[in-house]
Design a protein around this ligand. Structure first.
Ligand SMILES: *Cc1c(COP(=O)(O)O)cnc(C)c1O
Length: 496
């Protein structure tokens, strides 16, 4: 049976999975959600000893029903290959009483690789299925991490081009170097003289420009987006929760049917929503602990039922979680609003206008499987230090927020179920903060020197992603004003 996708803000829209992937966001501003969450057709115990790729297929086939088996297996094979530095793709480390699901073994050493390595293949397959013969041009504004992961995913993929705009003075030196050294004839990177909002606004303007769309059409191009609300990013993330459960069964860490709690360091609510979908599919997941840093808008939401973005934005050592509007939460709000698009639209309207909304008591009851917890900067650093001193294992700052939140949850609720923590970045990605937390001297040392030291202390070899940019030549030198972005795109595509 075909699973169709509807919009969280309009009951009348129904698209196939491939159409939803191509479109990204619904025209009414809503997010695409499946008409129902499919149940797993195999029990986790039947997946024991299967590879990551096989388990990913078992999940993807249930959600992306208009793709053929051959198409899905082909996308999976191209995505989860030697780009990952371990054949397991997402290995689990047991550290003390916690399992860390390491989602950082891909080309940019952070969890966005799990989805962005497959999205380009899903997208080009979707284009072919829908008779789109234009080249797909991915436009991305980035504050650092997503840009590089999207570049790495789309580089060299036939039928696609990717243009990334970042704030010239608003990303870390390592992040900038990662982007401007990106190889691939189909890639374009430009630094904007402005902040992230300027870059974001510029990209949105390009997407909304009908004249430019016509011009692109005539030249054989079509814009698309790779941001985290695309279901082509969400669905592949469900796979690693199933994989983790199966591996814990395989290693006899879990009994069949035993419930596993999951803690996820959360920003845009995409990763934890994937865990929620896995639970809805029938995977024995108990509690979902949503971990926030000091930007604890989600913690407050789960505590009070009010989502309120009207607060100060805090810059923390876990920058990928510094977010006040968690876009993917809309999918959960839609669900607990009884899949009523009108009500969901109402809440999102309140958020856009006044910056807040409050869900009803009936809706709150359905949130009981979630627990919000947060960690301060001090608690995060203390967790990195404590785990390192006790075990020698090194957490990155985002994972440490989650580990601290998981501890708080267990201490407060006396919940004895086993705990899986999604480990979203390598400590080598946020080396300076990690080394400061451990108490190593960092002053006067550049990030590469710190990586060398971390490598010695931890016994881990420096990831390829860091080694590569140490010596890689800069190939992208474009800078421009926000107002010149359209012209830069035309030049990249060879139009006029
Ligand atoms: C993006 C990101 C997160 C947040 O994930 P969401 O799906 O946006 O909630 C957490 N940690 C790292 C390292 C990230 O890059």
């Amino acid at each position: 049976m075909e699973l169709l996708y509807k919009s969280t803000r309009n009951d009348h829209i129904k698209l196939t999975a491939s159409q939803a992937i191509l479109k990204g966001l619904s025209d009414d501003g809503g997010l695409f959600v499946p008409e129902y969450i499919p149940r797993m057709d195999l029990h986790p115990s039947e997946l024991v000893n299967k590879s990551y790729q096989e388990i990913a297929y078992q999940v993807l086939k249930l959600f992306l029903t208009d793709f053929t088996e051959e198409e899905l297996r082909d996308c999976i094979r191209r995505a989860y290959d030697g780009k990952f530095d371990t054949p397991e793709i997402a290995p689990i480390a047991k550290v003390g009483n916690t399992y860390f699901l390491e989602l950082f073994h891909g080309p940019t050493i952070a969890f966005k690789d799990m989805a962005l390595s497959i999205l380009p293949h899903l997208m080009t397959t979707a284009a072919r299925k829908n008779g789109v013969d234009h080249e797909i041009v991915i436009l991305t504004a980035t504050s650092g991490d997503t840009g590089k992961a999207a570049l790495a995913g789309f580089a060299g993929v036939p039928g696609t081009r990717i243009a990334v705009f970042y704030p010239k003075d608003g990303v870390s030196p390592i992040q900038e170097k990662q982007m401007v050294t990106q190889k691939g004839d189909n890639t374009f990177v430009a630094g904007i003289h402005g902040n992230f909002d300027d870059a974001q606004t510029g990209v949105k303007e390009v997407f909304g420009d009908r004249e430019m769309a016509k011009e692109m059409d005539r030249a054989g191009f079509q814009f698309s987006s790779a941001n985290s609300i695309n279901i082509g990013r969400l669905v592949p993330q469900i796979a690693y929760y199933v994989y983790a459960y199966v591996k814990l069964l395989e290693n006899e860490e879990l009994l069949p049917e035993e419930e596993l709690n999951v803690t996820v360091p959360t920003g845009n609510f995409g990763n934890i929503l994937a865990a929620y979908y896995a639970r809805e599919m029938g995977l024995p997941i108990g509690k979902l602990v949503c971990a926030s840093n000091e930007n604890k808008v989600l913690y407050d939401f789960f505590e009070t039922g009010t989502y309120d973005r009207n607060r100060e934005f805090v810059l923390t050592s876990s920058p990928s979680m510094d977010i006040l509007i968690s876009s993917n939460l809309e999918r959960l709000v839609y669900k607990i609003a009884g899949e009523d698009a009108g009500r969901c639209r109402d809440f999102m309207g309140q958020l856009a206008e006044g910056g807040s909304y409050t869900v009803t008591p009936q809706m709150r009851e359905q949130l009981a499987i979630f627990a919000g917890k947060f960690a301060t900067e001090e608690e995060t650093a203390a967790k990195i230090r404590q785990v390192y001193e006790d075990t020698g294992y090194v957490l990155d700052t985002h994972t440490a927020v989650a580990a601290a939140a998981a501890d708080k949850y267990r201490a407060e609720r006396k919940d004895k179920r086993k705990m899986l923590v999604a480990s979203t970045a390598s400590p080598f990605k946020f080396t300076r903060s990690v080394m400061e937390a451990i108490g190593a001297g960092t002053e006067g040392k550049d990030d590469f020197a710190l990586a060398d030291e971390l490598s010695q202390m931890s016994g881990l070899s420096i990831p390829r992603a860091v080694e590569e940019i140490r010596t890689a030549p800069v190939v992208h030198k474009t800078t421009c004003e926000p107002g010149e972005m359209k012209q830069a795109i035309r030049k990249f595509l060879g139009i006029r």
